[in-house]
Design a protein around this ligand. Structure first.
Ligand SMILES: [Zn+2]
Length: 257
């Protein structure tokens, strides 16, 4: 049990609402609470379970803010990399493993880049200050806005179903421009090339990651295409020009060569 959840459990519902409204809660805190709930579900009369359930279900703040399905929908249809990229101030961005990139950390002062963003996992972690999180955490913390605004901003950037919350138009434009930038395309292509080369050498070792990198790369292309054409990347996703899309066959043939 993390300290954060223990802290939350000490609060009354009212205190929790106030804390949540003023400080915001990270998505992962919510999922931790939900996972804990599931674990305790078989003990219906457990006091701990009852308290958690009350927090999640009877709290208008959580119901309003954390629609799990909607969060997943926005998360699956967005990528962290272009968000970090546009706020990057360092000249060189290093590819250090698969499709992971090292940036100068934007949350602490440093001279050597230690903020890693892994594209196919869609998460970031700083080896210097320990900052980590997903696209919502990043937007919330970097732009200093609430979770709700961060979620709405990401949805708007990717032309997804809107939340009804007003978002800053300049921020939307900034991140849209990043998604359509040559630099972003260059980065995801670098990651793609790296994984194809690696898979060629050792398909057993890199095969699984390779498939995930390919999936992420194609997802990125769909997103770029959708943003450029101002359309929603629904299901089935919009199709990017076929010749640009990599498939598992690219790996298999390169391995056989
Ligand atoms: Zn850092």
């Amino acid at each position: 049990m993390t300290k954060k959840i223990d802290e939350i459990l000490q609060l009354t519902i009212e205190e929790f609402v106030i804390k949540g409204c003023t400080e915001g809660l990270k998505t992962r805190d919510y999922f931790k609470i939900k996972n804990t709930l599931l674990k305790y579900e078989e003990y219906e009369d457990n006091q701990y379970y009852k308290k958690l359930k009350r927090i999640v279900n009877d709290n208008y703040f959580l119901q309003d803010l954390f629609d799990e399905e909607y969060i997943y929908y926005v998360m699956l249809n967005s990528s962290l990399l272009p968000f970090v990229l546009v706020n990057n101030t360092h000249d060189e961005i290093k590819l250090y493993s698969n499709d992971s990139f090292m940036f100068l950390c934007q949350f602490h002062t440093e001279k050597t880049p230690s903020l890693g963003v892994t594209n196919h996992v869609n998460l970031m972690y700083c080896f210097g200050c320990g900052y980590g999180g997903n696209v919502f955490d990043y937007v919330k913390d970097y732009e200093n806005i609430s979770f709700k605004e961060a979620l709405s901003l990401v949805a708007e950037v990717y032309n997804l179903e809107k939340t009804g919350i007003k978002v800053n138009k300049d921020l939307v434009d900034k991140y849209k421009r990043s998604i359509m930038s040559d630099k972003y395309l260059e980065l995801i292509e670098q990651g793609m090339k790296r994984i194809i080369d690696r898979s060629k050498k050792d398909i057993n070792k890199y095969g699984y990651d390779a498939y995930r990198v390919i999936e992420a790369y194609n997802k990125n292309l769909n997103q770029i295409y959708a943003v450029m054409n101002n359309i929603t990347p629904g299901i089935p996703p919009v199709s990017y020009p076929k010749e640009k899309i990599y498939t598992k066959a690219h790996l298999d043939t390169s391995y056989l060569e």
